[in-house]
Write a protein that binds this ligand. Structure first.
Ligand code: HT9
Ligand code: FE2
Length: 395
């Protein structure tokens, strides 16, 4: 059982941009294959230069092949784009939404060309990740900078990014609702006497976790968390800290109805060479290690914003199978997806940054002491490899 963390906010004021009038929104996604023939080219795109062993690629290709070579993620982003457009129209805002991905068509470069051809110059980017890490923030910023260079649009298009939103109510509240519903399901089927909630997130190398987020000490002089003093964690940094804080918030919110529920943060979808340490415990190992007194398990994929392949395969297939083998009742609850509160929250985040001339920006809200998170990142934020140009950073 992990305690809630109460930390002072980051010294973010210098990393808060003044509100401005934007021309358009860019929804920046991961991308996924849309047919059997896309699977290998897609995996090559994702793993370029990363030293992922071929056996791992074969294994992951099999996950996609099992679903006809189609990841659900692109349709989920098409649906999110449509939901954002509807919310923007409801609020009377004049902000068209474009969509581009890191690893599959439409690529960032396609979206930037389209934005530019349509006459847009100042664009606010919404990333489909709530937390801070190389893979979840910096890599998007690097790939956007690369796409600006590739298309010759550097200096023509200005790209700012909405802050990471892990502790925004639009992200947290649908997760609270989902965990509460999962616990109710266990209770209703008679498995609710001693429930456990696992918050599942993508494992990353511990070295990447340790350098996630800004490097400097907190305003009170305490060190940025690194390393695993806690029995549940083999790594640290802001990536783990943010997810732990959100998990604690969710459990606090459901404590009125489920005061005895225990929880843990677990990791999934590890790749890379076996000798390189990644965040642990793996969700399956954590399920095996649960005390026999646990009567039912809720799995919340809090590290993701849609029920894409990592959720469908690694949780619904593998983790739920591990539970079945143990005879443990388990419910995998949904990610935020296109929950209306999430969609409205994303547009609230847009309205912190976007104003019509003479207008007032929306107040910045955050439910943990870690936020509101920074609008621009320091140059070495989440930097664990050779630096590349980025957008949305200081200097
Ligand atoms: C932190 C994080 C997120 C969450 C933030 C975010 O959402 O951005 C995320 C999301 C996703 N990861 C995804 C898929 C993959 N990730 C891979 C590989 C990796 N992910 C990593 C981290 C993350 N990944 C890392 C450190 C690697 C190792 C290689 C490297 O250092 O780059 C590989 C290669 C094969 C493998 O090794 O598994 C695949 C196919 C999909 C699409 C699912 C679909 O198709 O529906 C999504 C949303
Ligand atoms: Fe990934």
């Amino acid at each position: 059982m992990t305690e809630a963390v109460a930390l002072p906010p980051l010294a973010a004021s210098s990393r808060t941009l003044p509100a401005a009038t934007y021309d358009a929104i860019l929804l920046a996604g991961f991308g996924g294959p849309e047919g059997q023939e896309d699977v290998i080219p897609y995996l090559r795109n994702v793993t370029r230069g990363r030293g992922i062993p071929d056996e791992r690629l074969e294994e992951v290709a099999h996950h996609y092949r099992h679903f006809g070579g189609i990841s659900p993620i692109n349709d989920q982003n098409r649906d999110l784009k449509a939901a954002l457009e509807a919310e923007i129209a409801d609020r009377g805002l004049d902000l068209p939404v474009y969509w581009g991905n890191r690893f599959w068509a439409p690529y960032f470069a396609d979206a930037l060309k389209e934005l530019h051809a349509d006459g847009h110059r100042k664009v606010l980017v919404l990333v489909t990740t709530a937390f801070s890490s190389y893979s979840g923030c910096r890599a998007y910023r690097e790939d956007l900078a690369t796409a600006l260079e590739e298309t010759g649009l550097a200096g023509e298009l200005e790209l700012d990014k909405v802050r990471q939103y892990f502790d925004h109510p639009g992200f947290v509240n649908p997760n609270i609702d989902a965990v509460r519903a999962g616990l109710r399901t266990l209770a209703a089927q008679g498995d609710g006497a001693a429930p456990h909630v696992m918050f599942a997130t993508h494992s990353i190398p511990t070295a990447a976790a340790d350098v996630s987020g800004p490097r400097e000490a907190r305003p009170d002089g305490t060190e940025v968390p690194t390393g695993g003093a806690d029995e549940w964690f083999a790594g640290g940094g802001w990536y783990v800290e943010q997810q732990r804080a959100v998990a604690a918030l969710i459990m606090d919110a459901v404590a009125d109805e489920f005061p005895t529920a225990e929880w843990s943060l677990v990791f999934q979808s590890r790749s890379g060479a076996p000798e390189v340490p990644w965040l642990e415990p793996d969700v399956n190992d954590a399920i095996e290690a649960l005390p026999a007194s646990v009567t039912g398990l809720v799995i919340s994929p809090v590290g993701f914003v849609s029920d894409h392949m990592e959720v469908a395969w690694d949780l619904d297939n593998e983790a739920l199978e591990t539970c079945a083998e143990r005879g443990l009742a388990a419910v995998r609850v949904p990610t935020v997806g296109i929950d209306p509160a999430f969609v409205a929250g994303l547009i609230d985040l847009v309205e912190e940054r976007h104003v019509t001339p003479g207008g007032t920006p929306r107040d910045r809200v955050a439910l943990t002491g870690l936020g509101p998170w920074q609008d621009v990142c320091p140059t070495d934020c989440c930097l664990g490899r050779a630096p590349k140009p980025t957008v949305a950073s200081e200097g």
